[in-house]
Design a protein around this ligand. Structure first.
Ligand code: 6PG
Length: 269
C-alpha cells in the first residue's frame, strides 16, 4: 500500500499504514536529512522528543543499515522537552534515547546536549539549556557555516521531531499553560497542572525557527485532535500544536492511518 499524501492548509501530511511503517519512514527521513546536511553544512543538528513513535524509530536507527551508514559523528543531539527528573530516571526522555539509540551508535559524548532537568530549580534548568543552545549555535562546531537565522537570536535546528498528545500538546507546550505565551524566549520551564509538575520545553518560537519540523503521530486516540489541529479553527490555547508553523522552514506531519482516520482526503489551503 502506498503512502497517502494530503495537503491541509499550510501543512504537508503523509499517512502510513501503521506505527511500524511510520517509524521506519521516519528513520529513513532522519538518515536522509543527516546525509544532506552533513554533506552541505558539515553537521546536522536535531532536537528529539519523547514518546512511543520516536522510541520505535530510535530502535530502527540503532540497527542496520543505519548503524553503519548514518554520519553519526557529525550529528548533534538536543531535546525538545524533558520531565524534571534525573537523567537515569525511567521518565527521562534522555534516558529513553540513550537506551534505545545513543548507547548503540558511534555518537561522540560531546555531541549530546541533554536538558539539565535534574537541577532542583526548573527555571534555572531552562535558562542553562537556553545558554547551552545559544553557545552552540553561535560558536559551536560548524556554526560559522550555518549558525542562527539572520535577524534572530533563536537557535536554528536543522530538524525538530515532535509528537502530539491526545490533548493537542506538543513538546511540553500543554493546553492553557504559561509557556504558550513565552514570546521569543528560547527554552522555558512550564508548570503543568495535571501533572502537578514542571516540564522544560523549547518554546514555539524556537521550534518555528527550525529548518524542518516533523510531527510523528500514531494512534486512534489522536484522530479527533489531529482533525481539530489541522482542519479546525485556530485556537492554540486549546491545541498548542497549532502554534507550530515554521516561518522559514518545512513542516511535515507523518501520521498513521488510525490517527488520520477523520482527516479530509484533501483540502487545499
Ligand atoms: C514527552 C513528549 C511529548 C510526546 C507526546 C506524544 O516527553 O512526552 O515529548 O510531547 O511527544 O506526548 O507522545 P506519544 O507519541 O507517545 O503519544
Amino acid at each position: 500500500m502506498s503512502t497517502r499524501m494530503l495537503r491541509i492548509s499550510h501543512s504537508q501530511v503523509r499517512v502510513y499504514r501503521d506505527p511500524e511503517e511510520l517509524a521506519l519512514k521516519a528513520a529513513r527521513l532522519f538518515a536522509r536529512m543527516a546525509d544532506q546536511y552533513v554533506i552541505g553544512c558539515g553537521r546536522f543538528t536535531v532536537a528529539l522528543s519523547g514518546g512511543s513513535t520516536p522510541k520505535a524509530m530510535f530502535s530502527i536507527l540503532a540497527g542496520e543499515p543505519f548503524l553503519d551508514t548514518v554520519p553519526w559523528s557529525s550529528i548533534y543531539f538536543f531535546w525538545g522537552d524533558e520531565r524534571c527528573v534525573p537523567p537515569d530516571h525511567p521518565d527521562s526522555n534522555y534516558r529513553m534515547t540513550r537506551e534505545t539509540l545513543l548507547s548503540k551508535v558511534p555518537v561522540p559524548a560531546e555531541n549530546v546536549f541533554s536538558i539539565p532537568a535534574e537541577l532542583p530549580d526548573p527555571t534555572k534548568a531552562a535558562d542553562e539549556y537556553a545558554a547551552t543552545l545559544t553557545r552552540f549555535f553561535l560558536a559551536g562546531p560548524g556554526a560559522t557555516k550555518t549558525g542562527t537565522a539572520p535577524l534572530s537570536n533563536l537557535p536554528r535546528f536543522d530538524l525538530v521531531f515532535l509528537g502530539m498528545g491526545p490533548d493537542g500538546h506538543t513538546a511540553s507546550l500543554f493546553p492553557h499553560t504559561a509557556a504558550l505565551q513565552a514570546g521569543e524566549r528560547i527554552v522555558v520551564a512550564n508548570h503543568v497542572e495535571k501533572f502537578r509538575a514542571h516540564r522544560i520545553t523549547l518554546t514555539a518560537s524556537t521550534i518555528n525557527n527550525a529548518r524542518n519540523v516533523t510531527f510523528l503521530v500514531a494512534g486512534e486516540d489522536k484522530a479527533e485532535t489531529l482533525k481539530g489541529v489541522l482542519e479546525g479553527p485556530y485556537q492554540p490555547d486549546v491545541y498548542p500544536s497549532q502554534l507550530i508553523r515554521p516561518g522559514n522552514g518545512a513542516l511535515l506531519w507523518m501520521v498513521d492511518e488510525a490517527a488520520a482516520r477523520l482527516l479530509s482526503e484533501s483540502k487545499q489551503g
